[in-house]
Design a protein around this ligand. Sequence first.
Ligand SMILES: C[S@@+](CC[C@H](N)C(=O)[O-])C[C@H]1O[C@@H](n2cnc3c(N)ncnc32)[C@H](O)[C@@H]1O
Length: 239
Amino acid sequence: MNLIERNPTLREMLATGRTVAGNGESIALSSFLDGTSAEALFRQVTSLRPAVVVEVGMANGISTLAILSALEANGAGRLISVDPNQSTQWRDSGRTAVKRAGLAHRHTVMEEPDYLALPRLLEAGTKVDLSYIDGWHTFDYALVDFWYLDKMTPKDGVVAFNDCGWPAVAKAIDFVLSHRRYAEFGVGLPKAYARPHGLRSLLSAIRHGRVGEYFLQRQDRYFRKLEAWEPAHDFYARF
Ligand SMILES: C[S@@+](CC[C@H](N)C(=O)[O-])C[C@H]1O[C@@H](n2cnc3c(N)ncnc32)[C@H](O)[C@@H]1O
């Protein structure tokens, strides 16, 4: 059974383009993961069977429902969602969708920014088998998300990024591939997004043998950790 068949709340949200706020009011969905990427995320969680998943960026809760539906299908695992704006900008719609779908028992929301929540998870000794990075999409925030999540990710764990066609996210991924040991793997998503051009980033793509990615990106990209490795203190690589 796929995600849409499994989760009537999500099916209704994607079909109507609307969801329900914490006060019961109907509101429009915005800034959410498309159905194809949500199905791919659901498939990954069912096949990887993670004990702990962290997502950065919850919004109306589409990715949240995809992950939780898969954990429920697995019969194990929990999701921690980090989003400082859940009760304000998003009017508790993500939390409400999770409750409506009957999945709250596998879910924790940390309503604070990534740069405060992720160090606390690290300090608590959290191990994260799968991360989904879809928060504030500037290079620094995407990098901070990866930097902390990598420290909590064991070998063979997976880190995924949304909106990989955005130049700032693509640049953060260039860091992943040049400063850590991760390998990208396909999850059946088509390449659909052009990365904006610029001579410097084109030269960088040529230097790293990634010209194809420069011109066309998948919206979501998945990376498996090959080993826990960090460069020496005097390492430098252009990326
Ligand atoms: C593109 S939306 C997430 C969409 C969601 N993953 C989905 O599939 O419906 C980006 C989210 O990042 C959140 N965000 C913004 N700044 C953040 C920060 N510093 N830390 C964590 N999340 C942040 C926003 O509140 C917003 O919910």
